[in-house]
Ligand binder design. Structure first.
Ligand code: GDP
Length: 195
């Protein structure tokens, strides 16, 4: 369903800018540099659909893409910038909270976590927000090609333990490498199955 059908619709900075809630949507969240843009590009088969460089000063936009007529793919701004201005963080958190709690058509959030690093405190905060908004989320591990074989299971155990603390977590973890293409087809069919 993806190839050739994905188009950028708009960047949204306030709830009033959201497109009509006339179809299901899935959103992607993750710490900056987790590989979110690269993953969305791999997923949609487009080279530069999601911008691959995020800077703290850039407008914090919620980017909407259409997947055919059936579904919106929503790219949430990266979080966890080490030295992002307080006002930027506060604005982002407010919009995110409103979005997660107010978007009836949001089917699932995909929370991206770097497979080398596991779930960090900022990821836990997003997961807690998803719990309180009762939005089911699924953890997607990124950059699987960069994990040392000896660390793989250890990190997976840490991720499983973290997910067990969150009632909104979907138990299945998706392992991906945008570099190698691993897990991309799996993720595509999960999204397709939701729309
Ligand atoms: P974003 O800030 O989350 O959108 O992260 P980007 O997509 O811009 O990726 C951050 C960096 O990680 C870039 O240098 C990417 O080339 C790299 N990257 C992303 N995905 C992968 C992956 O699957 N494997 C490897 N080895 N590098 C990746």
């Amino acid at each position: 369903m993806f190839a050739g059908e994905v188009e950028f619709l708009k960047g949204v900075v306030a709830m009033s800018g959201l497109p009509p809630a006339d179809r299901v949507e899935v959103c992607f969240a993750g710490r900056s540099n987790v590989g979110k843009s690269t993953l969305i590009n791999a997923l949609t088969g487009r080279k530069a659909l999601a911008r691959a460089s995020n800077t703290p000063g850039r407008t914090q936009e919620v980017n909407y893409f259409t997947i055919g007529e059936a579904c919106y793919l929503v790219d949430l701004p990266g979080y966890g910038f080490a030295n992002a201005p307080v006002a930027v963080v506060a604005k982002w958190q407010a919009l995110l909270k409103q979005y997660l709690q107010g978007r009836q058509t949001l089917r699932r959030a995909f929370v991206l976590v770097d497979h080398r690093h596991g779930v960090k405190q900022v990821d836990e905060e997003i997961m807690s927000l998803l719990d309180s908004a009762a939005v089911t989320f699924q953890c997607v591990l990124t950059k699987a090609d960069k994990v040392k074989a000896t660390d793989r299971e250890k990190v997976l155990d840490q991720v499983r333990a973290a997910l067990a603390r969150h009632p909104a977590a979907y138990p299945e973890i998706v392992l991906t490498s945008s570099e190698k293409g691993d897990g991309i087809e799996t993720l595509r069919s999960i999204v397709a199955g939701l729309s």
